[in-house]
Design a protein around this ligand. Structure first.
Ligand code: SAM
Length: 286
C-alpha cells in the first residue's frame, strides 16, 4: 500500500462489502481483515482502500475472490486424525449407545463451516461404519453448512483430489471412493447421507436438537464477542449432553466456557451441561 489507509476508508470498504455481499465484516477482527484486504490489494495492484473500492466497482467478480480470501476454506478428510479417532472410537459409539438405551432413533449431526464437505462426509463414513446394517433403523441427519456457495458446490460433486483424502483409513478409501486416475469420487450412498445448506453463522442457526456439532477452524478470525455468541447458539442448538467439537487452536470464551464440560482436552471435545433449575449448569451423567 503506498498511501496510509484511514479508519474512514476501512469502514467504507467494509460497508461496500456488506452492501454487495451481505457479509458482515464487523464480526471479524480488524487486524485479520486488514491483512486479507492487503492481500487482495496487492493482487489487484490497487494502492489504498478507496482505490480498491473503485476496482471492486469496475470488477464485480473481485467480490468472489475477496470473499474466498476472507473466509479461507482449507480442509481435508479426517483433518487432525487424532480428533477423528476419538470421535470414531469413543464419542459417536457412546452417543449411539445412549440413543439405544433411551429407545431413541433420531440422530442429528451438524458440521458448521464445512467448506467443501470433507468434514461432514468423514462423519458420514464413520456413522455408516458404526451403524452397519442397523443404519436403516435410525433417522440420521448429517448437515453441512457454509457461507461459501462455491465450496458447497464442490461438496455436492463429491469429487476430491488425492491430497484431500490422504488421512482416510485405506479400507474406507477403497470401500467408499472410486479413483478415476485424477480424482477420488465418493459413492452415492455416502453422498446421500449428507445435506448441504448455505448458512452465514453471523445471521442464523441450522436448527435445534443436534446430538453433535462440529465447528472447527472457522471462528479463529471472528471477534471474541462473536465467538461467544456463536458458542452459546451452539449450546442452545444441542440436546442435553450433546457434543461440541472445536478446532485445535480454538477455545471457549466468556459464558460459553461455563456452559460446556470438557470431555477430551487435546481433541477439544466438549459436552453440553444440563441447565439446573435456578440457572446453574451441571455435567451430563453418562
Ligand atoms: C478453514 S475452513 C474449515 C473447514 C472444516 N471445518 C475444517 O476444519 O477442516 C473455514 C470455513 O468457514 C467458513 N466460514 C467463514 N465465515 C463464515 C460465516 N460467517 N458463516 C459460515 N461459514 C463461514 C468458510 O467459508 C470456510 O469454508
Amino acid at each position: 500500500m503506498d498511501k496510509v489507509c484511514t479508519d474512514r476508508e476501512f469502514l467504507s470498504l467494509k460497508k461496500h462489502i456488506y452492501d454487495a455481499t451481505t457479509l458482515d465484516c464487523d464480526q471479524y477482527k480488524d487486524t485479520y481483515l486488514q491483512r486479507r484486504f492487503a492481500v487482495r490489494m496487492r493482487a489487484t495492484s490497487t494502492h489504498d482502500y478507496n482505490d480498491y473500492i473503485r476496482f471492486l466497482g469496475s470488477h464485480p467478480e473481485e467480490y468472489d475472490e475477496l470473499m474466498r480470501d476472507i473466509t479461507i476454506n482449507v480442509t481435508q478428510f479426517y483433518r487432525d486424525e487424532f480428533v477423528f479417532k476419538a470421535v470414531e472410537e469413543e464419542i459417536l459409539p457412546l452417543m449411539i449407545y445412549d440413543k439405544v438405551m433411551k429407545s431413541r432413533n433420531t440422530i442429528k449431526i451438524w458440521s458448521a463451516g464445512c467448506s467443501s464437505g470433507e468434514e461432514p462426509y468423514s462423519l458420514a463414513i464413520i456413522m455408516r461404519e458404526l451403524l452397519g446394517d442397523d443404519i436403516g433403523n435410525f433417522h440420521l441427519t448429517i448437515l453441512g453448512t457454509d457461507i461459501d456457495e462455491g465450496s458447497i458446490q464442490t461438496a455436492l460433486t463429491g469429487s476430491y483430489l488425492p491430497r484431500q483424502v490422504t488421512n482416510i483409513p485405506k479400507p474406507y478409501l477403497e470401500k467408499y471412493f472410486t479413483f478415476n486416475g485424477t480424482n477420488y469420487q465418493l459413492t452415492n450412498e455416502i453422498m446421500e447421507m449428507v445435506d448441504f445448506k448455505f448458512l452465514d453463522l453471523f445471521k442464523g442457526s441450522a436448527g435445534t436438537n443436534f446430538d453433535v456439532i462440529f465447528c472447527r477452524n472457522v471462528v479463529i478470525y471472528f471477534t471474541k464477542e462473536m465467538q461467544e455468541k456463536l458458542y452459546m447458539n451452539f449450546y442452545r442448538a444441542l440436546n442435553d449432553g450433546g457434543y461440541f467439537i472445536m478446532g485445535n487452536t480454538e477455545s471457549l470464551v466468556g459464558e460459553a466456557a461455563k456452559a460446556f464440560v470438557q470431555v477430551k482436552a487435546r481433541e477439544r471435545i466438549y459436552q453440553k451441561r444440563i441447565a439446573e433449575r435456578g440457572g446453574n449448569c451441571s455435567p451430563q451423567s453418562k
